[in-house]
Design a protein around this ligand. Structure first.
Ligand code: ARG
Length: 461
C-alpha cells in the first residue's frame, strides 16, 4: 500500500491493531460524498482533467451502489474505509483513480467524513428529541388537572399535576435539543483541503468543497482542521446530558410501575413477563433506557481521554474516536425512540395518584400559607403552628382535610372554617398559579404554547 518505501508486509498483529475498516466502514457513504466533492473541485479548478473527473465520479457512484447492495467486500489488508473505497475505484476505472488523492490526505478525509457523520447524527437526534417532546406535550395537555404527589427526597412534598411533571421533561429536552443545535452550528465548517496538516500547493477551491458538502465555510487553519475532534466531543456531551434526562425519567417510570406506587400502566407493548413468575410485568424498556446513559457518557469520557495531551497535528490515536461515538449516537436514538413509545403508551391511574397526593400531609404548606395570608402570621411562626397541627392529625390518624376545626383551634384559636378551602389537593394545585407553577390552568397554557412551538419547528425543518 505504501509503494516503494516498504519491502515487507506488516506483522499480523500490526494489521490487527492498525486496521479500522471493521468499524469505519459505516463512514462509506460520507467518504464517497466527500470524495465526489473533492473530485468535482479538482476538475473545476483544472487540477485534474474533466475526463478523469467524470471517470472518478462514475466509479464512486458504482462503489456506493456496491456498498449499498452488499456486494462490496471490505478487506482488512487495505486498513480502512478510505483505502478500501479507493482500491475498488481503481479496479473499476483504472489509472484515473490514482488522481483522486491529489491535494488530499486521509487526515483531512477522515476528519471530513467523521464530521459529516456526526452532523447527520445530530440532525437525526434533533428531530427525535422533538418527537419525544410532542408526545409529552400531548399527554401533559390531557392531564393538565390530573393530581399526583410531588416529591422531594422521594418523600411526599406537595401535590402537583401529572401534566406539570411531564412538562418538566419537555423543558429539559428543549435545552438538550438546543445543545445539539448549538454544537451543530459550530461543527459546520469543512476540514477538507487541510491535506495532511499544512494545506497544499495545488490551487484548490475550499469554498467550493465546503459548499458542496453543506458546510458554512472551510476551516481556517489546516492544523486545526485535521487534528481537532471537539465537534464530536460537544455532540457526545450533549448526548450524555440528554441520556441523563432520559435515565431520570426512565427511573420514574420504573418506580411508578411498581405495585407499591401503581401510578401508571404500561401496556404489553412495553413490558415483558418473567419466565418463572407468571404474575410479573417488568418495565424492561424503561430499565434499558435508564442504563444507556452508561455507554453514552463513557463515549464522551473515552474521546476526551484519547484527545488529552495529543500534540498537533494528526496521530493515529485519533482513529480511536469512532467506535464509542458511533455506539453512543445510535444508543441515544434508540433510547429516544423507546421513550417516545413508552410515553405514548403509558396511562396514569388517576385514582391511585389522587389518593397518594393527599397522603403524607401534603397540603401542610397550604395550611401555613393560609395562616400567613389570613392571620398575617410571619411564615416561620405559621410553619411552627402547622407542624403542631400535623402532629395532632397524626395522633388521630386523620388527614388535614378531615381534621375537626376544634383540634386546629386548640393549636391556634383564630383559625376559621375558611381553612378547609386550601386543604384539598385539588385546591392546593389550583392555587399554585405563580409563573411556572403547577396549577392546571398554567399547565394547559404551557402545553398549548409548547405544542405551537413544536409545530412551528417541525414546519421549519
Ligand atoms: N483510519 C484513519 C483514522 O481513522 C484514517 C487516517 C489515517 N491517517 C494517517 N496519517 N495514518 O484516523
Amino acid at each position: 500500500m505504501w509503494g516503494g518505501r516498504f519491502a515487507a508486509s506488516p506483522a499480523e498483529i500490526m494489521q490487527e491493531i492498525n486496521a479500522s475498516v471493521s468499524f469505519d466502514k459505516v463512514l462509506a457513504p460520507q467518504d464517497i460524498r466527500g470524495s465526489k466533492a473533492h473530485a468535482a473541485m479538482l476538475g473545476e479548478t483544472g487540477i485534474i482533467t474533466k475526463s478523469d473527473t467524470r471517470e472518478i465520479l462514475r466509479g464512486l457512484d458504482q462503489v456506493a451502489a456496491e456498498i449499498a447492495d452488499g456486494s462490496f467486500t471490505f478487506s482488512r489488508e487495505l486498513e480502512d474505509v478510505h483505502m478500501n473505497v479507493e482500491s475498488r475505484l481503481k479496479d473499476l476505472i483504472g489509472a484515473s483513480a490514482g488522481r483522486l488523492h491529489t491535494a488530499r490526505s486521509r487526515n483531512d478525509q477522515v476528519a471530513t467524513d467523521f464530521r459529516l457523520f456526526v452532523r447527520d447524527a445530530a440532525d437525526a437526534l434533533i428531530v427525535a428529541i422533538g418527537g419525544l417532546q410532542e408526545v409529552l406535550v400531548a399527554k401533559a395537555e390531557e392531564h393538565a388537572a390530573t393530581v399526583m404527589p410531588g416529591f422531594t427526597h422521594l418523600q411526599p412534598a406537595q401535590p402537583v399535576t401529572f401534566g406539570h411533571h411531564l412538562l418538566a421533561y419537555v423543558e429539559m429536552l428543549g435545552r438538550d435539543r438546543g445543545r445539539f443545535v448549538d454544537a451543530r452550528r459550530r461543527l459546520n465548517e469543512c476540514p477538507l483541503g487541510s491535506a495532511a496538516l499544512a494545506g497544499t500547493s495545488f490551487p484548490i477551491d475550499r469554498d467550493k468543497t465546503a459548499e458542496e458538502l453543506g458546510f458554512d465555510r472551510p476551516m481556517a487553519n489546516s492544523l486545526d482542521g485535521v487534528s481537532d475532534r471537539d465537534f464530536a466531543l460537544e455532540v457526545l456531551a450533549a448526548a450524555a446530558i440528554t441520556a441523563v434526562h432520559l435515565s431520570r425519567f426512565a427511573e420514574e417510570i420504573v418506580i411508578w410501575m411498581t405495585p407499591q406506587f401503581g401510578f401508571i400502566r404500561l401496556s404489553d407493548r412495553f413490558t415483558t413477563g418473567s419466565s418463572i413468575m407468571p404474575q410479573k410485568r417488568n418495565p424492561d424498556a424503561a430499565e434499558l433506557v435508564r442504563a444507556k446513559v452508561g455507554r453514552i457518557a463513557a463515549a464522551f469520557q473515552s474521546l476526551l481521554t484519547v484527545m488529552k495531551g495529543l500534540p498537533l497535528a494528526y496521530s493515529k490515536d485519533m482513529q480511536e474516536d469512532k467506535e464509542a461515538a458511533f455506539d453512543a449516537l445510535a444508543s441515544l436514538r434508540l433510547a429516544l425512540a423507546a421513550m417516545t413509545g413508552m410515553v405514548g403508551d403509558l396511562e396514569p391511574e388517576k385514582e391511585v395518584m389522587r389518593a397518594a397526593a393527599g397522603r403524607g400531609y401534603s397540603t401542610a404548606t397550604d395550611l401555613a400559607d393560609w395562616l400567613v395570608r389570613e392571620l398575617k402570621m410571619p411564615f416561620r411562626d405559621a410553619h411552627h403552628v402547622t407542624g403542631s397541627i400535623v402532629k395532632a392529625a397524626e395522633v388521630r390518624g386523620l388527614d388535614l382535610e378531615n381534621l375537626p376545626l376544634e383540634v386546629m383551634q386548640e393549636v391556634e384559636p383564630r383559625i376559621t372554617n375558611g381553612v378547609y378551602s386550601v386543604l384539598s389537593v385539588e385546591n392546593s394545585v389550583k392555587s399554585r398559579r405563580s409563573y411556572g407553577g403547577t396549577a392546571p390552568q398554567n399547565v394547559a397554557k404551557m402545553a398549548r404554547a409548547w405544542a405551537r412551538r413544536l409545530e412551528k419547528e417541525r414546519a421549519g425543518r
